[in-house]
Design a protein around this ligand. Structure first.
Ligand SMILES: [Fe+2]
Ligand SMILES: [Fe+2]
Length: 423
């Protein structure tokens, strides 16, 4: 440490008055600026530290902030201020323009900060929307007999993959919600997301995982060959209509086989996602070893998303109900190992399930917990039966005496589940 006696002499443009005040000639445009320590950056010239500089670790009042070490030492001064000399060093960056005032609303209240889950949920909604638009364009290209923009399909898959890496529960619950008009497009996005999440569990990574996602995204591209009136028909299909619907895997395979960028997985899933392990599926009644792992994955993800979605001819089942029914069908329909991996992924009480707790409280499932599938992390909503609102606190049922006693239908409670999850 150098001697205090070597402290620099103050600038001639100033007179010292005490130790922490500087007077500046009002007729001059001074290069000196008083700034909080937190705004000092490398390259600035510190003319003087406000306060009793003898107390500071700096041996002299003026110095160039040359390196990170000096900056770090300066930052230890906390919320004190310094004078910087902009003639000898860097100036402050220009101030960002002030944010526009909020729109005047008499009853506007400050919005509470979003939870981390809420932010991931909102981000997942944005990904779903961009993906929906890209899938609509792909279907339109197929309808017109044009080449598919496979690059766009790959970009969608990358974005969905990132959203799943960030928060799988948020992305998978977002893609389940669809309106009836956009069913086919959103179903494609949902199957891509489910395939990616399941693929990761089964050990796919990198380029192979990307191909799994593209296979999910394009599995129903052959539906462009089936009339909308048939696809959206309420009620039972006639045998002829059913035969038309059953052509969509082959139509899709024909479309994708013209695309050099569509890999073998996309072709396989497109053709075989309606096959069943017992040989009762379509179009080729494949069974046993003739069905690849990727086709079996496609079958599970496709059925789950189809039965949990509202359609023109039926309301979707709650995810928990869907898993229960699929478990009943699994022998014959699905590959047992793949179905079990899928149940682990979705959970018995998937994200967004409305549940009644033993403590007479209503809650919504946020994410699967670290322990049993029966003990997810839930967010409290209200007391029962008097419906007194509760603080939206997250409760880990694994670490609680409380437990789920029933699944509730959100429609009976007039609750907007996405809004709850987004908060
Ligand atoms: Fe299909
Ligand atoms: Fe499908």
């Amino acid at each position: 440490m150098r001697s205090i006696a070597s402290a620099s002499i103050p600038s001639t443009r100033m007179r010292w008055r005490g130790t922490d005040e500087i007077r500046i000639d009002p007729n001059m445009t001074s290069p000196l600026k008083k700034v909080p320590v937190a705004r000092v950056t490398r390259g600035m010239y510190v003319h003087k530290i406000c306060g009793k500089w003898l107390d500071h670790p700096f041996w002299r009042g003026s110095f160039l902030v040359e390196d990170d070490e000096t900056l770090a030492t300066l930052r230890t001064l906390g919320n004190q201020e310094v004078w910087i000399d902009t003639a000898k060093g860097a100036d402050l960056p220009p101030e960002a323009p002030p944010a526009p005032p909020p729109p005047a609303q008499a009853d506007r209240r400050p919005e509470p900060p979003r939870s981390a889950f809420g932010m991931d949920y909102a981000a997942a909604e944005a990904v779903r929307e961009r993906a929906r638009i890209a899938v609509m364009a792909l279907f339109q290209q197929a309808r017109m007999g044009k080449a598919l923009s496979m690059e766009s399909a790959a970009e969608v898959v990358d974005e969905v993959n990132e959203a799943i890496a960030r928060n799988p529960a948020a992305m998978l619950s977002v893609v389940r919600l669809k309106n009836k008009d956009d069913y086919t497009y959103l179903h494609s996005v949902a199957v891509a997301a489910l395939m990616i999440a399941l693929g990761k569990r089964l050990g796919y990574a990198g380029e192979a995982l990307k191909q799994v996602g593209i296979a999910g995204l394009l599995h129903d591209i052959g539906k462009v060959g089936v009339a909308d009136a048939v696809l959206n028909k309420p009620g039972r299909l006639s045998p002829l209509e059913m035969a038309t619907v059953r052509q969509h895997p082959q139509i899709g395979w024909d479309i994708l086989s013209r695309e050099s960028a569509a890999g073998p997985m996309a072709l396989d899933v497109c053709l075989n996602h309606h096959e069943r392990t017992d040989g009762t599926g379509y179009p080729n009644r494949l069974s046993g070893d003739a069905l690849s792992e990727i086709a079996r994955m496609g079958a599970v993800c496709d059925v789950y998303d189809a039965i949990t979605s509202d359609r023109s001819y039926k309301a979707g089942w709650e995810p928990a109900e869907a898993i229960r029914r699929m478990a009943e069908w699994q022998d014959g329909h699905f590959d047992r190992r793949i179905f079990h991996a899928f149940v682990k992924l979705i959970g018995i009480y998937p994200t967004g399930t409305l549940v009644q707790l033993a403590s007479q409280r209503l809650a919504v499932v946020l994410v699967q917990g670290s322990g049993s599938a029966l003990t997810p992390i839930v967010q409290l909503i209200c007391t029962l039966p008097d419906r007194k609102p509760l603080e939206p606190e997250a409760l880990d049922l694994e670490a609680s005496d409380d437990s789920i006693v029933a699944i509730e239908d959100p429609a009976h409670w007039d609750l907007d589940i996405p809004a709850l999850l987004r908060a």
